[in-house]
Design a protein. Structure first.
Length: 471
């Protein structure tokens, strides 16, 4: 290895160190921003090193440079615009699309290298072909599966499980085609066979995600993120780029660990999630509470404000309804008002609240909620019994006591023990179901009062009512 190649590899090691440091800093909401910055610096370093390597090797022609520069510019503009303009409600969809782009790009790298090597040397055998095949398979599954996931989250594709007769048999058939053709490619170079693997993998990605219901979507996004990292790592092996290998391995490993944690938080095995069939999608139809159950008690803003303003300890439970209404700034204002009265305020964060891992953390961080107030489920659950008022905002399935008894789709799922508090106020637009499609037994608890309103409007009304009491 020349001194130049050695220098490039050392620069890649520096970039990898930035990735590791960034990932470590992301363990805490308080340092997550610095973690993102460290990872960005690492990626910039790796990008510059790769650019220098391309210039030194002379492998990129004039047309190639035009395509490279134009593609980088267009991609950067689209990415920057999407990241800065997307609403918090659409963040899970954006993450899914990023997963899709990452997996697709990795697969294209492997396909290009295979075509190039086949034309130059009649095909690549052995280890290189294994990594190429893995890159194409995982990247294609991630690409198509992430597009379907984004469509479900956006509502373009129904959020409920889409299951049809013969679907699982078709999945088995696609798996056989992928595996059989891949084995054939281990000994025989064939571009048509590679495209068969590509098309079958794309179809498998679609068929894998379609049967998965909305309740499992946070786990699916995490799983697809792990797939993206693995595909990128395989691309790194294909083109012998250590920065891609390290970065992809980090994303794949951390995504895999997060997927396991998310599945445990729902008390569901990953196999059950992939098989699908759980979750109906949000039920948003407005239902007259008086017509649903006589035990449901509606409450007005003034009454809710009195409970909050004269409490000693308040726990706020954010859910997707908070994100959908973009009410994060309103809840932060309400919490500040309560704190000004000496009330202890904290936020209970369930691992699968929202539509992607860490959704509530990101949402509340945007409203500058102090990081120490964000408390994970295991730490906050013992506090509910000592809490005067719990304010639940749109969190449905993760607060449903039905999870504690057998015979329900969410049986055994760890939940936030909000029903142990002295008083509960639930803010919802209606008595509609959550993603699991179940009635929430919390709503008929004698200690629960239902405040029917859009979350953003409700936070504004509650803040105004508290100010009146304080003033």
């Amino acid at each position: 290895m020349s001194s130049f190649d050695t220098s490039i590899q050392l620069i890649y090691v520096l970039a990898a160190a930035c990735f590791v440091i960034g990932l470590h800093l992301m363990n805490s909401p308080g340092s997550a921003r610095r973690g993102n910055q460290a990872s960005t610096i690492g990626m910039v370093i790796a990008g510059i090193a790769t650019l220098i390597l391309l210039i030194h090797s002379g492998s990129v022609t004039g047309v190639g440079w035009t395509v490279l520069i134009l593609g980088s510019a267009v991609g950067s503009v689209i990415g920057l615009f999407a990241a800065r303009s997307v609403q918090m409600t659409a963040m899970p969809q954006l993450v899914s699309m990023f997963n899709s782009v990452g997996g697709g790009a990795a697969a294209l790298v492997a396909i290009y290298e295979y075509i190039h090597d086949e034309g130059a040397a009649g095909g690549v055998l052995g280890t290189t072909t294994v990594t190429t095949l893995l890159d194409v398979i995982i990247g294609a599954v991630t690409f198509s599966g992430s597009i379907i996931a984004a469509g479900k989250l956006q509502g373009v594709i129904p959020g409920q499980p889409l299951i049809f007769r013969g679907g699982r048999l078709l999945n088995i058939g696609l798996g056989v085609v992928i595996g059989g053709t891949a084995i054939f490619l281990l000994t025989t170079a064939s571009l048509p066979a590679l495209f068969i693997v590509l098309l079958a993998s794309l179809a498998f990605g679609v068929m894998m995600v379609l049967p998965i219901g909305g309740a499992d979507m946070p786990v699916v996004i995490s799983l697809l993120n792990a797939f993206t990292g693995t595909a990128v790592a395989m691309a790194g092996f294909v083109i012998a780029n250590w920065a891609l290998i390290v970065a992809g391995a980090l994303v794949g490993a951390s995504g895999g660990i997060l997927t396991k944690l998310m599945a445990d938080a729902m008390n569901r095995s990953l196999a059950n999630i992939i098989v699908g069939g759980f979750g109906t999608g949000d039920s948003v139809a407005a239902i007259d509470p008086a017509a649903t159950n006589a035990q449901v008690r509606a409450i007005a803003a003034d009454d809710a404000a009195i409970q909050l303003a004269y409490a000693g300890k308040v726990i706020i439970v954010p859910g997707y309804g908070l994100a959908a209404a973009q009410a994060q700034h309103g809840v932060a204002e309400l919490a500040s008002l309560l704190e000004s009265r000496g009330i202890e305020v904290s936020y209970a964060i369930h691992p699968v609240a929202g539509r992607m891992p860490g959704h509530m953390n990101v949402l509340l961080a945007e409203a500058n909620v102090p990081y120490p107030q964000l408390v994970e489920m295991d730490e906050i659950n013992p506090e509910f019994a000592r809490t005067d008022v719990v304010l639940v905002i749109g969190a449905n399935d993760v607060t449903n006591p039905a999870a504690r008894r057998a015979g329900t789709p969410i049986s055994g799922m760890p939940i936030l023990d909000v029903d142990q508090a002295k008083s509960i106020i639930v803010v919802k637009r209606s008595m509609g179901h959550g993603y699991a499609g179940l009635d929430n037994e919390l709503y008929t608890d004698p200690k629960t009062s239902m405040y029917f309103a859009d979350a953003k409007k409700a936070m504004s009304q509650l803040a105004a009512a508290v100010k009146t009491l304080v003033g």
